[in-house]
Structure formats: structure tokens, C-alpha cells
Design a protein around this ligand. Structure first.
Ligand SMILES: Nc1ncnc2c1ncn2[C@@H]1O[C@H](COP(=O)(O)OP(=O)(O)O)[C@@H](O)[C@H]1O
Ligand SMILES: [Mg+2]
Length: 392
């Protein structure tokens, strides 16, 4: 009970602090080697992003300089395509998303930013700067943008099966095991590309089921680059302030403002993996004090040799190897959500685990709640003594 109160308090305090910073409206203050999206490789949008009253011309000049220039749509074209924004297919913290059909018959998702000032404006810039420089089959692709008057709109390929949360957390839909496994692998490939193969070296910073989209064949693509940042590869870690992730998926080092690295995304990915296996949310405040935070339960069950109990009940594992795959996902998740980020594997290593190229050793099972900061170093020592595996 005490730990639950402490988490609620810490999460609330963190959110309030971020909100206060947002009100003061500084551009994200970033130390170390991390660049804001508007400072990456010659794309300088800082004047436009910092200046909330930026006029239209910001966007035009800025867009012209983008690598992989996106198509620029008029507002009227998108109004026609969406039937006057008649069919809402999703919404998040920064925008509403509508279904649309372009003149050539292509179906698209049209994301209109709700708040085009301050933080919202920066989200818009981040999203365009990031996604227009990327090209991978496990990342959702940008079809174009609209920057007319007060409108800031992003046009994406339509992902007909929507976001993963709708499939994992709904009682009337259930994904079979094969689909879950391929979604886990697709997502890992998308993130490995972002971290290790993309030219800019990008941190997503908002990995969660709501930002993993599914096409008509349930192929998964990572989406929503509003929080993304480029991390200089030679920098070990960076401290970011004035930024908000999603509680429940944020790594301890970010919650405690100790600096973020690629491993911050790895932590969030591990949390998503647990949810894929279990089919429900990791954080459930309606549960009792023992069970409200599923990762603690997962470590406890693993210590007791009861990993099978972590798999969604009622999920039919048909093929003989499916139980092995479930154990592999759970072990990978437990590596990914280690408090000590050095122990977490890289996303490239995760891909090799899931492709069966690399054996997953048993993860260290000494686990503290993420906010138990003062014990981090002890945890590391314990793990080292136990022969914890260091990944690069
Ligand atoms: N390309 C798309 N195809 C289908 N649904 C989408 C698409 N993009 C977004 N959505 C839906 O809209 C929701 C919010 O979109 P998102 O880009 O995550 O916005 P926000 O930045 O506000 O979180 C998603 O969780 C998803 O359900
Ligand atoms: Mg989102």
C-alpha cells in the first residue's frame, strides 16, 4: 500500500513539474549529446518551434529544407478527403486522427494537431523532421503535411487495424499467439532501425501499444514521433527536462531525470512485451497492493518458476513451440525492464533474440520498483555478483 501511494505521489509530482515547465514554455532543455529535432543535421526549425506565433512562412521554408520532402496538401484537399473530418479513428494527447481517401483512391489517416502552440507546435516539428527522414517497413510512413493558417496536419498511410491497445485490452477481440509474436518482432525491428540504422540515431520516447499500429495483415509499424529525439551516437546519455512520457512505460532513469539513452526505449519496449503476453495493462490501480504493478508480479513468478502464469489465461498456444516462444518473450521483457539500463539489451540484440539467432540467458531476477532510486547501485552490485549479462 505504501509503495502504491509513493508511486502515485511521484508520478503526480513529476507530471505537475512537467506541466509547470510547459507553462513557462521553454523549448525542451536538453543537456549532453542529444539534439532537439529542430537542431538535427542542418534542419533548423528552432525559431519556428520556439516562436509560438510563427507565421505560415515558417512552415514553407522549413518544409522545403526537409530531407525527403513530404507532399504538401491544401486544407481544402484534406477537408474533401476526410468528408469534412467526419470519421474520427483515434485520438491521443496531441491530436485527433480522421480517416480519409485521397483523389487517387489511397486511404490515409489525417492527424490534426489540437494545440498548435508551444508544446504542440514542437510536437508537429519533431514529427515531421523525424519521420520524413526515415524509411522502414516497420515504421508508419508519412504521405504529406498541411500547414495552412492555423492548421497543422499530418497525413499518414492508413493502418486499417488501428493501434495495438485496442486488440490487447479489449474483451471482444483477441490476437492469436502467432500474431502477437510477429507484432513483438516487427516492433523490435522498427525500433532497432530507429536506434541503430537510421542516419540520425533516433530515440522514440513514447513506445506503448497506442503508438504501435497494425495494417490489414496485422503487420506492426511504430508510429507517433511527436516525442522523438536524435541522440548523438558518441554520447552516453543525456538529461532531458520539460518532456513528458507516458507513466507506466517510462524508464526509471527518465522518471528520476537522470539522463536518457536508447535503453530508455528498450525499457518501454519491455513493458509492451509483458502486455503483449498478458493481454492486459501493466499498471492497474484497481488491483490490491501486491498485484497492481505487473512487472513486480512477473519477476516474482519468474523467481518461483511459474512463468506460465504470466501468459494471458484462455490464450490457446497451439503449435508445440509456442510455449517456448512465450517464455522467450517473457525473458526478453525481464531483461528489457531491468532498472540498471546497462543490463538491458540493445534493440538490435532483442531482434536477434526474437529471430532465434541469439540465446536469451535467464535474466537477473532481483527487481526493485523503478522509483527505488537509492538502491540502484546496490542492485547493480548484486547483479554483477550473480553474473548479470552486460549487453552493448
Ligand atoms: N496511420 C494511422 N492509421 C490508423 N489509425 C491511426 C493512425 N495514426 C494514428 N491512429 C490512431 O490515432 C491514435 C492517436 O494517434 P497518435 O499519432 O498516436 O496521436 P498523439 O500524438 O496525439 O498520441 C492512435 O493511437 C491510433 O489509434
Ligand atoms: Mg500517440
Amino acid at each position: 500500500m505504501l509503495t502504491k501511494l509513493l508511486t502515485v505521489f511521484l508520478t503526480r509530482r513529476y507530471t505537475l513539474r512537467c506541466e509547470r515547465r510547459d507553462r513557462r514554455s521553454p523549448p525542451s532543455k536538453i543537456k549532453g549529446g542529444i539534439s532537439p529535432p529542430y537542431g538535427i543535421e542542418g534542419i533548423d526549425t528552432s525559431p519556428l518551434c520556439a516562436n509560438v506565433a510563427a507565421p505560415d512562412d515558417f512552415d514553407r521554408d522549413y518544409l522545403k529544407n526537409l530531407i525527403g520532402l513530404p507532399t504538401i496538401f491544401s486544407f481544402q484537399a484534406l477537408e474533401t478527403a476526410t468528408g469534412s473530418f467526419g470519421k474520427e479513428i483515434g485520438r491521443g494527447g496531441f491530436g485527433k486522427v480522421y480517416k480519409g481517401t485521397l483523389m487517387d483512391g489511397t486511404e490515409v489517416a489525417v492527424k490534426c494537431l489540437l494545440n498548435q502552440t508551444g508544446h504542440g507546435q514542437r510536437e508537429f516539428c519533431a514529427e515531421i523532421a523525424t519521420i520524413s527522414s526515415l524509411n522502414h517497413s516497420n515504421l508508419v510512413s508519412l504521405r504529406g503535411v498541411c500547414v495552412e493558417g492555423c492548421h497543422r496536419i499530418l497525413v499518414y498511410e492508413l493502418m486499417p487495424n488501428g493501434s495495438l491497445d485496442r486488440w490487447l485490452f479489449s474483451s471482444d477481440k483477441q490476437l492469436d499467439w502467432k500474431t502477437r509474436y510477429s507484432i513483438a518482432l516487427d516492433t523490435a525491428r522498427g525500433l532497432a532501425y530507429l536506434h541503430e540504422e537510421s542516419r540520425l540515431g533516433i530515440l522514440h520516447l513514447d513506445v506503448k501499444p497506442q503508438n504501435i499500429l497494425l495494417d490489414e495483415d496485422f503487420k506492426a509499424k511504430v508510429s507517433d514521433f511527436g516525442m522523438a529525439r536524435s541522440l548523438n551516437r558518441d554520447s552516453e546519455s543525456s538529461v532531458m527536462t520539460g518532456m513528458r512520457g507516458t507513466p507506466g512505460y517510462m524508464a526509471p532513469e527518465w522518471l528520476l531525470e537522470r539522463g536518457i539513452t536508447y535503453k530508455t526505449d528498450v525499457f518501454s519496449y519491455g513493458m509492451v512485451l509483458l502486455e503483449i503476453v498478458r493481454g492486459s495493462k501493466n499498471v492497474d490501480h484497481s488491483q490490491d497492493s501486491e498485484n497492481w504493478y505487473f512487472p513486480s508480479v512477473a519477476f516474482q513468478k519468474a523467481r518461483q518458476g511459474k512463468m506460465d502464469e504470466l501468459i494471458q489465461s484462455g490464450l490457446q498456444l497451439k503449435r508445440p513451440q509456442e510455449m517456448d516462444e512465450a517464455h522467450l518473450l517473457i525473458k526478453t521483457a525481464l531483461w528489457c525492464i531491468q532498472n540498471n539500463s546497462a543490463l538491458r539489451p540493445s534493440m538490435g540484440t532483442v531482434v536477434r533474440f526474437l529471430e532465434g539467432d541469439l540465446e536469451v540467458r535467464d535474466p537477473p531476477l532481483t527487481y526493485m520498483l523503478p522509483f527505488a532510486s537509492s538502491t540502484d547501485d546496490e542492485t547493480l552490485t548484486d547483479l554483477d555478483c550473480e553474473g548479470g549479462q552486460e549487453f552493448s
